[in-house]
Design a protein around this ligand. Structure first.
Ligand SMILES: *[C@@H]1O[C@H](CO)[C@@H](O)[C@H](O)[C@H]1NC(C)=O
Length: 753
């Protein structure tokens, strides 16, 4: 998947405005593989940008991106070695052609006074920020391999551009030429994750987007011709949209040669005001593919929206010229719990546990940016001696920085670097930690070498059930070499009031310089089931322990590398990570907003004996090497962690039964999943199995609900490459053939009862 955090806050602050701490702190980020004197942090004003609304700053900004250093631009596949945090102080930056953020660039504006990027009247180019240019006939970066980017705290202003100047390129890239002139956000392709806090004012289209899947939260559209056009998707979850005074809300009617292009959308906790048509669909009982254009709505308030949903032959769901709220509605296939029934109409909304709510909506919180704090409130890990050079042992220095900052009520700043840890570190209650451009903490040395004795690397809370709250953002936990006993995150805290939060905090297992798990060590060997021991990398990505509770996760990606990011051919590698995200919290109360867990051997997500869990657009991929070897190799199932053993449950099931579960739910209650994409594209590195023609035979089963589980709800479940879409206690509930969608198979509503 692709990792974007696009956070565009348009904020007006009353009172004193001080400059943003990120500008004022010492800049000590170190990219150990980028060459000497490589600056990670770059303030565009130090590179000649004026930000005065008069000078053309395009060249200065692009210069700050491209030099110094050997950055990853034209012809470069991807990199982890040359990160840049490109900082824009407050001001107005005139832009006359596209700003092109090279691979691993984060563009960050002053959060307390967001800078304006203003297009000049004679602007030439595809977009103000062109994240993936066509320097040749192809996108420069493979759209599904664009990782670790952010754009946040900007106002993007195209009001000076005369009508038509952007038109050629935009219309050129869109299947429906409907006179689009200005498009705020354009996404053509990729496998995305998460965006939030965007405001779109005016324009023909607010956002025009095609992608596999996304969670998008807190998007405001004012006075747009159409707020959102979906070009294509597999699944998409919108939370907290506010669409005001637009011609249309969301248009998902795209089709080509009589086939619909949009798989499904889920829209919850949103409002649409003064807009003639809320959602435009092409769904009908005879449309193709059978389940394409599926819509699920829950808690959508309308005010002066005469048509809530329209279809090819007119109104499908009436709205109101005054006010009404759609408590629940769907068009598509239902399994409640058996099916399919192909239905249009009202549904009973999910029974939402009050522990997950803020008013009548699900709790959510955007990434804290600490814009009201001065630079003196931040403690750099370098101040306690951490090196981040991928060589020194930084365990004690990092622990010291965390402890001293937290006890002084300050925020820990992890400057960019690769920090080796040789024993576990503990994040205590009260800690606030923020990274610069995704620094990496790596389990290293011999501490985690025993595959039969799992030990945490980063403990959040010292012991299971310790009370308190933490805020963590923008960093990665990894390993250096094989650490088969490593549990990268152990979440122990009981955050019983305000939840703890993890925003843009990830695991990355292998596939980068410094990991010693790259092409040289772990080149794929399709067809050979021989396990290279030095590529058995981790025991588990993340464990939420029994007494833990109250964690909000947003845009978190737990990734066992399938390819080497620093290999210019993106060569595939075989890395073994045992388990993905395991939640066994008895109190529950977890929010997984735009999370993904990929390529773990036994399962990606597993919930056991838990409750009260909200998720949007869960995304998983099965390891590409399976079934050579299958999911029972090289990790022995551990009964005390409720690992699947693929023994009795596989009896009588043919095909690739012992394959990683995308999602396994044991003895859990009150789980509501708003969008899920569980994908199995490969069988022993061949993609032939994941086609409709081949019968989706990559694996036999992919989602399982077992035991004393109740009130498990999944909206827009999408699966690829699995014969059975969903199992209940070892019995297949739904097959892909019954639910064919644009590429995945889709179920609009699943209810376990
Ligand atoms: C099984 O999991 C438990 C609980 O985490 C752990 O204490 C034990 O060491 C694990 N055993 C093996 C063989 O992995």
């Amino acid at each position: 998947m692709q990792l974007h955090h696009f956070l565009l806050a348009i904020i007006s602050l009353a009172g004193t405005v001080q400059s943003f701490w990120l500008a004022d702190i010492p800049h000590q980020g170190l990219a150990p593989f980028a060459g000497a004197n490589y600056p990670v942090f770059r303030n565009v004003k130090d590179y000649g940008a004026k930000g005065d609304g008069v000078a053309d700053d395009t060249a200065a900004i692009n210069n700050a991106i491209t030099t110094p250093g050997n950055r990853c631009g034209k012809g470069c596949a991807s990199t982890t070695t040359t990160p840049v945090v490109l900082y824009f102080p407050a001001g107005t930056y005139l832009i006359s052609s596209s700003i092109i953020p090279y691979y691993f660039t984060q563009m960050i504006g002053d959060a307390s006074s967001p800078p304006t990027l203003k297009a000049t009247a004679n602007f030439q180019g595809f977009g103000l920020i062109d994240g993936n240019p066509y320097w040749t006939e192809n996108l420069n970066w493979v759209s599904t391999n664009v990782f670790y980017r952010q754009v946040r705290n900007f106002i993007i202003d195209t009001t000076a551009i005369a009508r038509g100047l952007l038109r050629r390129n935009v219309v050129f890239n869109m299947p429906k030429g409907n006179g689009v002139v200005h498009v705020g956000l354009f996404i053509e392709s990729g496998s995305g994750g998460f965006m939030s806090d965007l405001t779109f004012n005016g324009g023909a289209t607010g956002a025009s987007m095609g992608n596999q899947q996304y969670t998008m939260r807190n998007l405001v559209f004012n006075d747009c011709g159409t707020a959102i056009i979906q070009l294509w998707n597999w699944g998409w979850t919108y939370i907290g949209l506010s669409i005001n005074n637009c011609g249309k809300g969301i248009d998902i009617s795209a089709n080509s040669n009589g086939k619909q292009e949009v798989g499904s959308i889920t829209l919850i906790d949103s409002t649409i005001v003064n807009t003639p048509v809320g959602i435009v669909t092409a769904w009908s009982s005879s449309s193709q593919p059978a389940t394409a254009g599926t819509v699920v709505l829950e808690n959508v308030a309308l005010q002066n929206v005469p048509v809530a949903v329209s279809g090819p032959s007119g109104t499908v769901l009436s709205g109101s010229s005054s006010s009404t709220t759609i408590t629940g509605w769907s068009e598509g296939h239902r399994y409640t719990p058996n099916g399919p029934t192909n239905q249009i109409g009202a549904i009973t909304p999910n029974n939402r546990p009050s522990a997950l709510l803020d008013g009548n909506k699900y709790y959510a919180r955007s990434k804290p940016q600490y814009e009201s704090l001065p630079a003196s409130s931040f403690v750099s890990v370098r101040s306690t001696g951490a090196k981040g050079d991928a060589a020194a042992d930084d365990t004690a220095s990092i622990q010291n920085a965390i402890d001293s900052a937290t006890s002084a009520g300050k925020v820990v700043f992890i400057d960019y670097g690769l920090y080796r840890l040789t024993s576990p570190i503990t994040i205590p209650p009260g800690a606030k930690i923020v990274g610069e451009g995704y620094p990496v903490l790596m389990a290293a040395g011999g501490y985690w070498s025993n595959i039969d004795n799992p030990q945490p690397v980063v403990k959040i809370g010292a012991t299971s059930g310790q009370t308190g709250v933490v805020e963590l953002s923008d960093f990665i936990v990894s390993t250096q070499g094989a650490q088969p006993g490593a549990v990268l995150f152990e979440y122990n805290l009981a955050s019983t009031g305000t939840p703890s939060g993890m925003w843009d905090v990830h695991t990355r297992i292998g596939g980068f310089t410094g990991s010693q798990l790259q092409v040289a060590q772990c080149l794929k060997d399709p067809g050979s089931g021989t396990v290279v021991q030095q590529c058995v990398a981790v025991y588990m990505s993340m464990h939420a322990t029994k007494q833990s509770t109250g964690l909000y996760m947003e845009n978190t990606w737990l990734w066992v590398a399938d390819h080497d990011i620093d290999d210019n051919a993106n060569t595939q590698i075989t890395i073994y990570g045992g388990r993905g995200l395991y939640i066994e919290s008895t109190e529950g109360r977890f929010w997984l907003s735009g999370t993904a867990v990929e390529h773990h051997v036994l399962y990606n997500y597993q919930l056991a004996n838990t409750k009260d869990l909200f998720a949007s657009e869960l995304q998983t991929e099965t390891p590409y090497f399976q079934p050579t070897p299958n999911a029972l190799v090289p990790f022995k199932p551990n009964a005390s962690l409720n690992d699947p053993d693929f023994a009795s449950s596989c009896a009588g099931v043919g095909g690739n039964c012992a394959a990683s579960w995308g999602l396994r739910v044991l003895d859990s209650t009150d789980v509501s999943i708003y969008g899920a994409g569980h994908y199995s594209f490969f069988s022993s590195y061949s993609t032939t199995c994941s086609t409709v023609e081949a019968g989706e035979t990559c694996q036999s089963r992919i989602v399982s609900i077992e035991g004393a589980s109740s009130n498990i709800n999944i909206y827009n479940l999408n699966t690829i490459g699995s014969l059975s879409m969903l199992e209940r206690d070892g019995r297949s509930v739904a097959s892909w053939q019954d639910n064919v969608n644009v590429y995945p198979a889709n179920i609009a509503i699943y209810r376990s009862g």
